[in-house]
Design a protein. Sequence first.
Lengths: 161, 299
Amino acid sequence: MSALMAKRKLANVLRVAIVAPDGARHDEIAAIVAHAGHAVVDENSADIVLLDGATSAEQIEAALHAAAGGSAARAVPEPRSRGFEELADRAAGVLLTPRELDVLAAISAGQSNKAIARQLGISLHTVKFHIESLFRKLGARTRAEAVAKGLERRAGETVEL
Amino acid sequence: MSTAAHSISHLARALEAQVTAAQGLAVAVRNASHRHISAIPWRGAVVTSEQAVGDRDEYEVVTASGATTRARIAGRDPGTNLLVLKPDSAVDGPTIPPASARVGGLALALGSTAEGAPTARMGLINAVGPQWYSRAGGRIEQRIALDIRLGRTEEGGPVLDSDGGLLGMSTLGPPGVVLVIPVATLDRVVPQLLSDGQVARGWLGLGLQPVSIPEPLREAAGETTGMMVMSIAAGGPGAVAGVTAGDILLTLDGASMRGMRRVLAQLDDASVGRTLALRLIRGGEVVSLDLLITTRPRQ
């Protein structure tokens, strides 16, 4: 068996870490992950970190599927714990638009441009336009990079009031 | 011995003397799995860093003499990063007068090992600023940043100035930054935590992310940026008012969501029980909702 195949086989059963706002939500997602035949582990030993934000079971399964196939959603780096921070009076830098956030969420769920267009009810051309704008604003060159930078940004910008 | 060497050893001895004089001012708070952080005895109770403490029921306080006592969480405030534990038997520390922070002054950050032995770090007071608001919405009387590295287990200990006065409690800030929660904030918040378990503060029950308002909506909105609702606390004021995920908040009681300091100032303890008008964009329309401010439920 080639090394590639071994890798492939490993990737079929993913070690998945779950980051959820509360225990109940964590258990809910864990059930979906287990149902899909993957193992729930802690963040240190995970192949992929699932951040809550994927809302439906289908979305979570789609993300896992994409990850098992070795594509986009794989191994999203967890934004590091940031410590106790000051709230900026104004957000710095160029903000994303609501639509760009929708597209970013769909990208992090491992969806293709076609699927995103269908889901959001917009044309493929418009999806590409939003993605280009996202890449520019986030300074990303790949979808994975955009997802990682978007998460980091979200962690840095979100306030709980 | 040269004069320079002499003054260095003089400084070193003075520092040692200070750490010795502060004996008992840093204690350890340990959980059942023997992970620990540092803390400060405070009028019989123990104050430490909120962000470093989980939500277990039971902790152990280890004093400098190595004595241990059980302790329970009496109150916590993520807004100011303060948590108070009530030990079964009172933990007494030395009384240290408060000090005021000056940039360039020396600061000594004390901590404790899991066994109660002291740890010490020294550095400059890197920056001193006016009052500020944390991302959790709390007001902190003064922004004090230290030129000090701090281990995870040393967080929550006392920070002294070069005269041995207490500047406040050490706190791990953004990556690479060590902050001090000043004595003035401890004096204001700790008594509230001991009596009520929390700090009264207006709560919306919403997780918000700033977004750029799409061009066609800017005129109607009267704003170029807003705060998009990313999460809603079940049963919270936002949920009760009918806020839904994806709404873009524009103003709260007339104040633009662009300036977060003003918004937070509006959510002070006096706001609890008031009904405020919330202007927002939903589905391309500008909508107004009445929102009754409550306090955040106890965690």
